[in-house]
Design a protein around this ligand. Structure first.
Ligand code: SF4
Length: 472
């Protein structure tokens, strides 16, 4: 057995939680509606779908707003300071609501709570919170809620078991045509700025068979796109018997026939040639790759503990582009990392110009207590970091516009997500390359894959005209 062998939640424990769902359902004073507020990444968005799934099974319906709900659950993130502050600000706001509605149940869960000592601290400071539980305890929501309802006292549970895999939870998906599938949990990389390994635990992969079964069931249920999730999907399979790699898993999923397969997030150091080849060969894997670079400077990458340098990163970008011509590339970048000089920042700008990303998530370094970078000397002043962020955004915007010209006059297959926010006569969705596309349409197109000819590149979105005959 390896040191951090994962533990799958036993069928007995799953059955116990199902029994608690029934018990909550039968309580006369149980809440009848819920609202889940989600912060952070797609992993959290999927966790919220599981929370919603369990709450629905307990007989509650989703409220249209937090003001309408009997139970409000905040699924928090702690990757950046402002995500934490926003969550706590919103929780405080609900305190007023609770004065008029004393039966309102307020819960806080997710990564912020999983930090050592945080749940106790929050409950001390925010006495109106009824429920607090960590990421490892998500599957125990039915029992925790039952205990809270029966005791009418705050219930807190933050388990230190960081190697848990919870299978078989009910999921209430946000969209019928699109589904998240978590393939692995946790992270072993300890990038020096990142809190994730401390709150999500060590890397552990789900069994390939369980993932394949889930994907097959989703496909049979009409899902057109799956998004495979993990903090570092490229190292999927480590520690599993049978030696399945992420590339191998992709090939197995590709054979099912789901029209679109996407995944995130990938660590550049674990991006193998085997995976690059699988990307080129799998018919249903979308030509899109999110490859967080974080910095274009070798010294900063070393201080970040990223285990690749600029040249190795660019080499992988070149190999991806060779295997999948026109591939959509996106990234994450941090500016103002401790000790970052203007010259080092210029390396990031030049890398952004060189790669030509289709989009980039850009952040100012946010020191997270307990991480190595938080204690590093030479923290960059806030005004300097802000100025770098603004200059980076300008360079990225120009590079992006240039990169997206390759789509002009080309055809994109767009899976329509919703009406456009700007016009009721237009719809928007994602093209195969992962870029938003807006084109004339109506609500009837939502959930359909529509061929579109791209006529215009605007910032962060492409515009086009449909190539099918619009539905009558
Ligand atoms: S790879 Fe690095 S940045 Fe990503 S979750 Fe792991 S430690 Fe955090």
């Amino acid at each position: 057995m390896r040191e951090h062998a994962p533990v799958t939640v036993t069928p007995e424990e799953q059955a116990e939680q199902r029994a608690y769902m029934e018990k909550v359902r039968e309580l006369p004073h149980r809440p009848t509606s819920y609202y889940v507020v989600t912060y952070g990444c797609q992993m959290n968005a999927h966790d919220s779908e599981k929370l919603a799934g369990m709450l629905s099974e307990m007989g509650m319906t989703e409220a249209s707003s937090r003001e309408q709900a009997d139970l409000v659950l905040f699924n928090t993130c702690c990757v950046r300071d402002n995500a934490e502050r926003r969550a706590l600000g919103n929780v405080t706001w609900l305190k007023e609501l609770k004065k008029d509605k004393p039966e309102l149940i307020i819960g806080v869960c997710g990564c912020m709570i999983q930090q050592p000592g945080m749940a106790e601290k929050i409950l001390r400071q925010y006495k109106f919170i009824d429920l607090a539980f960590g990421t490892s305890n998500l599957h125990r929501l039915p029992q925790l809620l039952y205990e809270e309802l029966e005791s009418a006292r705050p219930v807190v549970e933050v388990d230190a078991t960081e190697n848990l895999i919870a299978e078989g939870l009910p999921v209430k998906r946000l969209r019928p045509d699109h589904a998240y599938i978590t393939i692995m949990y946790g992270c072993d990389n300890f990038c020096s700025y990142c809190i994730v390994p401390y709150v999500r635990g060590r890397e552990r992969s789900r069994e390939a068979d369980a993932i394949i079964r889930e994907a097959e069931a989703l496909y049979a249920g009409g899902v057109k796109e799956i998004m495979l999730l993990g903090q570092n999907v490229n190292s999927y399979g480590k520690g599993l018997e049978g030696g399945v790699s992420f590339a191998g898993l992709l090939r197995q999923l590709d054979a099912i026939g789901i029209p679109r397969i996407r995944f995130m997030t990938s660590h550049p150091k674990d991006l193998s040639q085997e995976l690059i080849e699988a990307m080129g060969e799998c018919k249903h894997v979308c030509p899109q790759f999110h490859l967080p670079v974080q910095s274009g400077n070798d010294g900063i990458l070393r201080a970040m503990n990223r285990h690749y340098d600029r040249a190795a990163y660019l080499d992988k970008v070149a190999r991806l582009r060779k295997a999948v011509p026109g591939i959509g590339l996106t990234t994450d970048i941090i500016v103002g990392f401790p000790g970052e000089t203007e010259e080092q920042f210029q390396d990031t700008l030049s890398l952004v110009r060189e790669v030509g990303y289709d989009s980039a998530f850009t952040f100012i370094f946010s020191p997270r207590p307990g991480t190595r970078a938080a204690a590093m000397p030479d923290q960059v002043p806030a005004d300097v970091a802000q100025d770098r962020l603004e200059r980076l955004l300008q360079v990225q915007e120009a590079a992006q516009l240039q990169a997206q010209r390759r789509f002009l006059d080309a055809q994109e297959e767009v899976l329509v997500e919703s009406l456009s926010r700007r016009s009721a006569q237009a719809v928007s969705g994602k093209g195969l390359h992962g870029i938003s596309v807006t084109f004339p349409g109506s609500l009837r197109d939502v959930g359909e894959i529509v061929p579109v000819r791209i006529t215009e590149c605007a910032n962060n979105t492409l515009r086009g005209e449909r190539l099918d005959k619009e539905k009558e």
